[in-house]
Design a protein around this ligand. Structure first.
Ligand code: NOJ
Ligand code: CA
Length: 578
């Protein structure tokens, strides 16, 4: 477990198993919805664009870049939390759900951001962080003040005269202990994440109503959806039974999808989702395909999109197996062929950069491998959740000193490693590969000082490659990652087959090439991706003298001859119309 903690953001959800469930014989997967056809672009506000020189990205900064966002062709922006927060966990510790963090701006800025997006036909999805609040939230201040306070039951408390509470594992706590003793009332409170993030008591109907009020507040402002942070953990058995020894090795089994979670989601659906045209996605999808279906199958009236980590978890510092990658994505696709809907993603703010984990960030390969991965994301069934900066092929900054990192959880783990005589070299290597700060360095706008992100000192260092990897340079290069991404988005928009069509894996045992068909009554496409840094051969079952090459990251030839063996160059990607 210790090792896992040090590497927490790579293996945070390790232990999930894939259980093959029989697909349900429904056809809701084919029902057209705007949130199925959307390309979601995730913006990490702190790192996107700073408007006032304090080194921190902000809402006005995003507003100034709305035309850029529009130029990508994306339909939806998912914004990480921008609420009032002491910012222990960069906004995932909310102290007031209806206020904007002053560092990010004001409510008036938020209103003009939303207006600016809607004017451009872009929808906005907000992060809702309600498995826990900040310990600075008024509810918690009240709750901890006395055992009889009306807010006491907003959180989980265990009175100390009853002895130590049964062990619960914390994902963020250095000692993995999810109970924190609080002297004021001689009791422990529960925190699955840090002790500054006490878990809300979802079993209390008052808490649920507070959350629906918060959701109503934002939905009435006109936002277009919610991403529910850590939601799979909200329901708990409040008798807190003993779990077996070493349960933490498989904590997902004990934490995810417990109790009346589905009841809460159905209530939320009835109160909010059914009353507004909003999309909904929860972080995490339980342990099995069945768990994921139970969250999103349309007949359940809960959520829209399942966001499962099995794909993104595959990358490890010493590499990953393409066969495993293909198996995971193919199994998920087939489990959701007839009902439910998936998010497809390879990065987010909790992951290091996609190109560094799944591609190759060496200068010779960065562009092609990044474009190849984007081709994958934009040609799979499911809604692509695309992380800001990946359209430039932004890569890990390869930080070497602990002083480069900002994530408090990482800093705690570093101290702990030192104190306990752990191997700091290994620790630092693991961070450089997998720490989530790698994905949080400032967006690279141009080659001027600080990559055009800020006129001040950026809150976290900028990747040294910004002089060549940036939006301004890529704008003028027809073969850049940026312009390739725009073409991919248009290709998906022009061909709903790429959204809804059947997926069939080809040449399944090929260890270098991932190839698949997407087809329906309206069209048929062959996608061929070389995931390796060497030439690779694809055993092509579809022979055609002249097929239309719709998009490729090496060549702009209009046609291609489909022979029995296709030779691909390193990280070559092709989308072919059949
Ligand atoms: C998942 C969020 O994505 C992550 O950034 C955060 O630290 C935890 N949930 C706790 O809220
Ligand atoms: Ca700022």
């Amino acid at each position: 477990m210790k090792k896992c903690f040090f590497f927490i953001f790579v293996c945070i959800f390790i232990g999930r198993e894939i259980t093959v469930a029989q697909p349900l014989q429904q056809s809701s997967a084919a029902t057209q919805k705007w949130w199925k056809e959307a390309v979601v672009y995730q913006i990490y506000p702190r790192s996107f664009k700073d408007s006032n020189g304090d080194g921190i990205g902000d809402l006005k900064g995003i507003i100034s870049k709305l035309d850029y966002i529009k130029s990508l062709g994306v339909d939806v922006v998912w914004l990480n939390p921008i609420y009032q927060s002491p910012n222990f966990d960069n906004g995932y510790d909310v102290s007031d759900y209806k206020k904007i963090l002053p560092e990010f701006g004001t409510m008036a800025d938020f209103d003009s951001l939303l207006q600016g997006m809607h004017r451009r036909g872009i929808k906005l999805v907000m992060d809702l962080v309600v498995n826990h609040s900040s310990s600075e939230h008024e509810w918690f201040k009240q709750s901890r003040s006395s055992r009889t306070n009306p807010y006491r039951d907003y959180y989980h408390w265990w009175n100390a005269e009853n002895g130590k509470p049964p062990y619960r594992f914390s994902l963020f706590d250095i000692n993995h202990d999810a109970w924190k003793y609080d002297t004021t009332t001689n009791a422990y409170y529960l925190h699955y994440f840090s002790d500054k993030q006490p878990d809300l008591n979802w079993e209390n109907p008052k808490v649920r109503n507070e959350v629906y009020n918060i959701m109503r507040f934002w939905a009435n402002k006109g936002i277009d959806g919610f991403r529910l942070d850590a939601f799979q953990f909200v329901a708990k058995d409040t008798t807190f039974p003993q779990f077996p020894k070493r349960f933490e090795k498989n904590f997902m089994h004990y934490y995810a999808m417990q109790g009346n979670l589905h009841g809460y989601l159905q209530q939320m659906n009835q109160q909010i989702f059914s009353k507004y045209d909003v999309m909904s996605v929860a972080e995490g999808a339980g342990n099995t395909f069945e768990d994921a279906h139970n969250l999103v199958d349309s007949n359940r009236h809960e959520l829209n999109i399942a966001y499962a980590f099995n794909g993104v978890d595959i990358a490890k510092p010493n590499g990953y197996s393409l066969l495993q990658f293909k198996t995971v994505f193919s199994q998920w696709d087939s489990a959701f062929e007839h009902s439910g809907w998936l998010a497809v993603f390879l990065a987010n703010h909790d992951q290091a950069r996609m190109v560094s984990r799944f591609g190759n960030d060496a200068p010779a390969f960065r562009t092609h491998s990044s474009q190849m991965l984007s081709t994958f994301l934009l040609t799979m069934r499911g809604t692509p959740f695309y992380y800001n900066g990946d359209e430039l092929g932004m890569s890990n900054p390869h930080f070497t000193s602990i002083s480069d990192y900002r994530d408090e959880v990482i800093l705690d783990a570093y101290k702990h490693t030192k104190q306990t005589g752990g191997n700091i070299n290994v620790f630092m290597k693991n961070l450089a590969f997998g720490a989530r700060d790698n994905g949080r360095t400032p967006f690279q706008w141009n080659s001027s000082t600080n990559a055009g992100f800020t006129t001040g000192t950026p809150w976290i260092g900028i990747n040294a490659n910004y002089t060549t990897v940036n939006a301004a340079v890529e704008e003028n290069d027809p073969n850049s990652c940026l312009n390739y991404f725009r073409k991919l988005v248009q290709l998906r928009k022009n061909n709903p087959t790429l959204v809804y069509g059947k997926y069939t894996l080809l040449d399944k045992d090929n260890t270098q090439v991932y190839a698949y068909l997407r087809e329906d009554a309206h069209g048929k496409f062959l996608v061929v991706l070389n995931f390796s840094d060497k030439n690779a051969e694809f055993n092509n079952p579809i022979l055609m003298k002249q097929a239309k090459l719709l998009l490729a990251n090496y060549t702009t030839n209009a046609t291609i001859s489909l022979t029995k063996i296709l030779v691909l160059r390193p990280y070559e990607a092709m989308v072919i119309q059949l």
